[in-house]
Design a protein around this ligand. Structure first.
Ligand code: GCO
Ligand code: MG
Length: 416
């Protein structure tokens, strides 16, 4: 590609690593006429690998390129690396792609969702994370989330006999304003948790029974299995919770085994969601073409950005699957905003995960998205609608953090 002299020429690109409550990696691209775009490149627990990939291998390729050529840049970075896919590569490509969309939408003077086809709905239904170490604490957490405006709730609880379990806040349920569960810990080695799938399978149906008894049939309820079951165990859980009408059962089995979903699907009508650890449309081909899942869980941040997510979600639409874009607090407000623009524009929107960010995070990332009556909206600012405050970012230096490692009660390493 020849270097060009246009106002949209990429003048500079820089990575910003900051830790306002947790670590985030952001790419900022600036054009010759001073338009800036942001992209999220945060890969929880492996942040500096993406930062190096961007700084050492991608930024030098961007300088002088035409910022307007988003598809060409995506293909150049994807095909041009020779090495395909993988979370580090795809998070880096995602950051570039998202930043270029931010620039294009700012240059057009429009919020990004307008460039994606305009709004298909007035807002994106969000689900919040309720949790409790036991059922009474969980019910309190659900009440707090309802009071905070959520209209769909993810339900995770402690399991009798296990000390700490994925998705359950260590402290009391909180005020529902913000979910205080942050699994990455700033320890020299990963924290180790313990797991017993049989205890989990015995407990979970009774939890959903209690929740339905308390809150009635209408409230959409979700649950995350976090990759811990075998296919036959997942099939059993899916059947057991059918009376409680889940919105979805997420990550029932480890995602890379696409064929496993065939077995689960044969046995249960509980809707299935998967894909937060995927990074490419190719991770979904069996799942979508065979109609084995109902919801696509990829993050914009980890799946090659807005360009790749739009293609993935369009493929999902062909096979009747909807979006459920990954939105935990380890997706930065930049990645979150990108998700919201897609949520508003695509036809096959399903639901949007929304854990509120730590207030320190929102000091660094100035957002314009809103949460009203259970619906998220990306706002009307041109571009993504997020700005990064460098001074605030500098106040929160990077600190290494790891996600937990999981072991069965006999010490065998298990999926976390
Ligand atoms: C979710 C996810 C998260 C992940 C986290 C890992 O459904 O939101 O499972 O809680 O564990 O994003 O980085
Ligand atoms: Mg999950």
């Amino acid at each position: 590609m020849s270097r060009i002299e246009t106002p949209m020429r990429i003048e500079s690109a820089e990575t910003i690593v900051t830790s306002p409550g947790r670590n985030f990696v952001t790419l900022r691209i600036t054009t010759a006429d001073g338009v800036t775009g942001l992209g999220d490149a945060t890969l929880n627990g492996r942040e500096l690998a993406v930062e190096s990939y961007l700084r050492d291998h991608v930024v030098p390729l961007l300088i002088g390129r035409d910022a307007a050529r988003i598809e060409d840049t995506w293909q150049y970075l994807y095909r041009g690396a020779y090495w395909r896919r993988g979370p580090v590569t795809m998070a880096a490509i995602a950051a570039v792609d998202t930043a270029l969309w931010d620039i294009k939408a700012k240059a057009a003077g429009m919020p990004l969702y307008q460039l994606l086809g305009g709004a298909s709905r007035s807002g994106a239904l969000a689900y919040g994370h309720a949790s409790g170490r036991d059922v009474p604490e969980l019910l309190d957490s659900i009440r707090a989330h309802l009071d905070a405006g959520y209209r769909a709730i993810r339900v995770q609880t402690g399991i009798p006999g296990l000390d700490s379990v994925y998705g359950v806040a260590a402290s009391a349920a909180g005020d529902g304003e913000r979910y205080d569960y942050e699994p990455a810990r700033r320890t020299p080695l990963p924290v180790e948790e313990s797991w017993d799938t049989r205890a989990y399978l015995r407990h979970v149906p009774s939890v959903f029974e209690a929740v339905r008894n308390e809150f009635g049939p209408e409230l959409p309820l979700l649950h995350d299995g976090h990759h811990r079951m075998t296919p036959i165990q997942a099939a059993r859980l899916g059947k057991a919770v059918e009376p409680y009408d889940l919105f979805w059962l997420e990550d029932a089995t480890p995602g890379e085994d696409q064929a496993a979903l065939r077995l689960i699907r044969q046995h249960t009508t509980t809707p299935l969601a998967i894909g937060e650890v995927f990074n490419s449309v190719h991770d979904y081909t069996t799942l979508l073409t065979e109609r084995l899942i109902d919801y696509v869980r990829s993050a914009v941040t980890h799946t090659g950005g807005v360009t790749a997510m739009k293609k993935l979600l369009d493929l999902a639409a062909v096979y009747g699957a909807k979006s459920g874009i990954h939105g935990p607090t380890d997706i930065s407000p930049v990645g979150m905003a990108a998700a919201l623009h897609l949520d508003l524009a695509i036809h096959n929107f399903g639901i949007q995960e929304y854990m509120r960010h730590d207030p320190r995070t929102l000091e660094v990332f100035r957002t314009s998205y809103t949460f009203t009556d259970g619906l998220l909206h990306p706002g009307e600012n041109p571009g993504l609608g997020v700005e990064l405050d460098d001074g605030a970012a500098a106040r929160f230096p990077y600190e290494a953090a790891y996600l937990p490692v999981n072991r069965l009660l006999d010490g065998t390493v298990h999926d976390w």
